[in-house]
Design a protein around this ligand. Structure first.
Ligand code: ATP
Ligand SMILES: Nc1nc2c(ncn2[C@@H]2O[C@H](COP(=O)(O)O)[C@@H](O)[C@H]2O)c(=O)[nH]1
Length: 400
């Protein structure tokens, strides 16, 4: 339990203005009660002052809790609207924010959050930004060291720079001559990384060839924020962890033509000392077996001739012109009115402008097809406007 904030329990009953949807707001905070907890969302986060704070009042114990907040946090704004969805997440509208930043989800009881609560042994919430449309799933590329994962990913990023973004992993290994911090990896001290793992900042991590490697939640979200499809280059242990997590992804295993060829490539790359080469080759045997039999992977590609393998990779990602082109992830392009009230009809949240009610459009946030969520983005949000006030309501009632 955290220290009692300046805001006291009585405030939950007194002095808070209802935002019209079961939640109340004061200044730049909104509160919403779900089961035996009241969530106070807004103001500034104590740890990172440039992001929205979250506090929880437990009505049963009368205690305040400052939860561990996972995921990239939204930047604060003047006021918020909060709507509970299925009692496991709260849809937050950042009033007056740009279309690509106005809809967020605060997860408090989703599968991912429950897992994190178990792992961390404390109260956890997780932010996930809402994006409309069916943003493409991240791509996990795995395979033994030296098989050509990095080479294939570089080719993809070079040919489709606006489509793919690389998830920059953290590692405790030393940088190689040409590697840049923040580009190839975030190079980090082991003790710091271990601390960050304990704080739940990593989607997955593994000890690989004597060093720690891991994908931070932020690394995946940074890519999603840029509207690109995320590519992860991780080992088989990492792929297994991501498969078990709630991040929906496509899993591709890259296989070498033979152990001899793998050894040739690893040695020709010239980045590893002999002891490391041998360690990597020993692990490769186990990884190849696992890659082909574990059921983790959706696709196995053999990287014999590089160009052939690259063509196959493009084909299965729908980039060879024979399948439907990848849709770029897009955020909702509709401006939500800064001053509004909300109501909910089944899976539709109706946003009604406060001013000139009759003449303005209603905005509908259809949450019936939500996918993904923390860690990462919440996809499948359908945002549309309905022009006439009365026609709009009829249409929504008709649809629901
Ligand atoms: N199909 C191929 N034929 C021959 N050489 C290849 C092929 N694919 C990649 N290579 C070469 O093999 C070496 C290893 O490739 P790369 O660094 O991409 O492997 P990796 O799987 O990313 O390894 P690591 O997991 O250690 O990062 C590089 O020198 C690369 O140029
Ligand atoms: N589980 C994870 N594995 C990772 C991650 N980033 C890279 N890797 C894998 O480590 C080995 C070695 O990489 P190298 O750069 O030292 O050659 C390789 O198999 C990578 O795929 C990660 O974040 N998590």
């Amino acid at each position: 339990m955290g220290e009692a904030p300046a805001f006291v329990a009585d405030d939950l009953q007194n002095g808070y203005q209802s935002n019209g949807f079961g939640s109340k707001s004061k200044d730049c905070e909104t509160t919403i009660s779900i089961r035996d907890k009241t969530y106070v969302i807004g103001g500034n986060d104590d740890e990172s002052p440039l992001s929205v704070g979250v506090r929880i009042f437990d009505k049963a114990t009368g205690n305040w809790e400052i939860p561990t907040v996972l995921g990239t946090k939204p930047k604060p704004c003047k006021s918020y609207t909060a709507v509970s969805l299925n009692d496991d997440r709260i849809l937050i509208i950042k009033k007056g924010s740009t279309p690509d930043d106005c809809i967020w989800f605060l997860e408090m009881d989703t599968h991912y959050v429950r897992e994190q609560k178990k792992n961390l042994g404390r109260e956890v919430v997780a932010w996930s930004k809402g994006v409309s449309g069916n943003a493409e799933k991240p791509v996990v590329i795995s395979g033994p060291s030296g098989v050509g994962k990095g080479t294939l990913i570089s080719m993809l990023m070079k040919e489709f720079p606006s489509m793919f973004g690389f998830s920059v992993s953290h590692t405790t290994r030393a940088p190689r001559a040409m590697e840049k911090d923040g580009v190839h990896y975030h190079f980090i001290e082991r003790s710091v990384m271990e601390e960050e793992i304990k704080d739940g900042k990593f989607l997955e991590f593994a000890s690989v060839f004597g060093n720690l490697y891991g994908t931070s939640i932020e690394a995946v979200e940074v890519v999603a924020d840029s509207g690109k499809r995320c590519i992860l280059d991780i080992d088989v242990q990492g792929a297994r962890s991501v498969r078990a997590s709630s991040l929906e992804a496509i899993f591709i295993f890259i296989c070498p033509p033979s152990m001899e060829e793998l050894e040739k490539r690893l040695r020709a790359r010239g980045t590893e000392a002999e002891e490391q080469v041998l360690k990597r080759l020993r692990t490769a045997k186990i990884e190849i077996e696992e890659g082909q039999s574990s059921g983790i992977f959706d696709h196995i590609l053999h990287n014999d001739k590089l160009e052939d393998c690259y063509e196959k990779l493009k084909k299965l990602l729908g980039l060879d012109g024979t399948t439907v082109a990848i849709q770029k992830s897009s955020s909702q392009g509709i401006n939500l009115p800064a001053e509004h009230s909300v109501s909910k009809i089944d899976n539709k949240i109706i946003v009604t402008p406060e001013l000139e009610r009759a003449s303005k459009s209603l905005i509908v946030l259809d949450v019936s097809s939500l996918k993904g969520g923390a860690p990462g983005r919440t996809r499948g949000l359908d945002v549309y406007a309905i022009d006439s006030f009365s026609d709009g309501l009829n249409e929504i009632n008709h649809l629901s």
